[in-house]
Design a binder for this molecule. Structure first.
Ligand code: SF4
Length: 409
């Protein structure tokens, strides 16, 4: 029986955060009735997309081992949205008894009633977008919550019966001095969530920070934020990793930490090259087809084009251009799909496990990437071997992209 994870993208946010380049539409922009109704009936589009994919990829009997609602801001949606979808998924797939069912929530939009509703629907994990606890840092980042909202969200989650809570933290937001960052860590330790995701800020194209950083005159009325140097961000990351290690969190992936038994099964599925179906605009999927072919596909990151594709029953292959990675073409103009080559598969077999604490079997890595480069990284203190496996050291994790680029075949 095929095992599958589901990712459901909710492309709506109350407002746009200044560092964000995920595909999401600020609700303030959903002015006309068409768009407001769309938000209400978005789940019907997702259901149609599930039906299309079941037929196309023969997923009828798939067993769902994890479901993840991400965004965007899933918690901006009414409980009926989750109800409709979970009900449909349950009727059309077999949801494993121990399935991990997560939704991302933002601190300002997860009231107690909604959390009770989610729990009753079978959600057993929450990922709360804290990012920082400092009012000034949050404001500069464009977040609309404050420290008290985070504490309230966590307390409400516990009251509603959630015992698996993850907090998201961003390392290196503008204005996050070392003292502020240490204070953020203290708040995290005070809350002691079961799981922590901590991402180093990178200024991504498509975000407001990117525009400001690349053209200081672009927003003359906007007080330019104090961006933090990469060196400082690296220092903060190392401090966090060390503090969390002392507090017995397992550093099980470059940006993820968990108390024993609370690693995110949904994330682990990605790194193990398990299959997943992504639904909604900009969502990605990885599916293994009959005959050994493997496909990675990403829906168009544009709600209107997505609706057009779904209503015409016209997803990816028929509509997309099959593109090579890094082709430089604009992904915005249609769905994106590629059949992986043998080299693509080998590369994924190297860099996905190398992201994790356990790393990859040493013999296999030497065969795939060559011993010379591995010995060099070990000598430079970027890789380590332990019990027959090679993994990245903390310093190696900081430059993981460069390392992967060197060992790709
Ligand atoms: S960071 Fe999250 S809440 Fe902020 S705009 Fe992006 S998706 Fe929305």
């Amino acid at each position: 029986m095929k095992e599958l994870s589901l990712y459901i993208h909710v492309p709506f946010c109350k407002s746009k955060c200044n560092y964000c380049n995920f595909y999401s539409i600020p609700l303030t922009k959903l002015k006309n009735t068409y768009n407001s109704n769309l938000m209400k009936f978005y789940w019907e589009l997702l259901i149609k997309e599930i039906e299309i994919n079941i037929k196309k990829y023969h997923l009828e009997n798939a067993r769902i081992k994890s479901i993840y609602f991400g965004g965007g801001t899933p918690s901006a949606m009414p409980i009926d949205f989750f109800n409709g979808l979970i009900g449909f998924i349950g009727e059309n797939f077999q949801i494993a008894g121990d399935a991990e069912i997560t939704t991302e929530v933002n601190p300002e939009s997860c009231d107690l009633e909604k959390l009770y509703g989610l729990k009753a629907l079978g959600f057993n994990r929450l990922s709360i977008g804290a990012q920082s606890f400092d009012g000034g840092v949050l404001k500069t980042a464009g977040r609309i919550h404050n420290k008290n909202d985070i504490y309230l969200a966590v307390n409400n989650a516990k009251k509603a019966g959630f015992s698996n809570i993850s907090l998201d933290l961003i390392i290196g937001l503008p204005g996050q001095t070392k003292n502020i960052f240490l204070d953020d860590i203290n708040h995290i330790l005070d809350i002691a969530p079961e799981h922590i995701s901590a991402y180093m800020l990178s200024i991504e194209e498509g975000s407001l920070f990117y525009k400001i950083n690349n053209d200081k005159n672009c927003f003359p009325i906007y007080k330019s934020p104090e961006f933090i140097s990469e060196e400082k961000i690296a220092d903060y990351y190392i401090i966090l990793c060390e503090v969390l290690r002392v507090q017995s969190y397992e550093h099980y992936e470059i940006s993820n930490f968990a108390k024993k038994g609370y690693q995110s099964r949904h994330n682990i599925n990605y790194w193990n090259r398990g299959e997943y179906l992504g639904l909604g605009p900009s969502a990605s999927s990885f599916l293994k087809l009959e005959g050994g072919k493997e496909i990675r596909k990403t829906n168009v990151p544009d709600l209107e084009k997505y609706i057009r594709n779904i209503s015409k029953d016209n997803c990816e292959e028929k509509n997309c251009r099959i593109k090579k990675r890094n082709s430089g073409q604009n992904k915005n103009d249609g769905d994106f799909a590629e059949i992986l080559t043998e080299n693509d598969k080998i590369n994924e077999e190297i860099f996905l496990p190398l992201r994790t604490f356990h790393g990859i079997n040493e013999k296999k890595l030497r065969e795939l990437a060559g011993s010379e480069i591995i010995d060099r990284f070990i000598k430079e203190g970027l890789m380590q071997n332990f019990k027959g496996n090679i993994s990245l050291t903390l310093r190696g994790m900081l430059v993981s992209s460069e390392i992967f680029a060197h060992i790709m075949v």
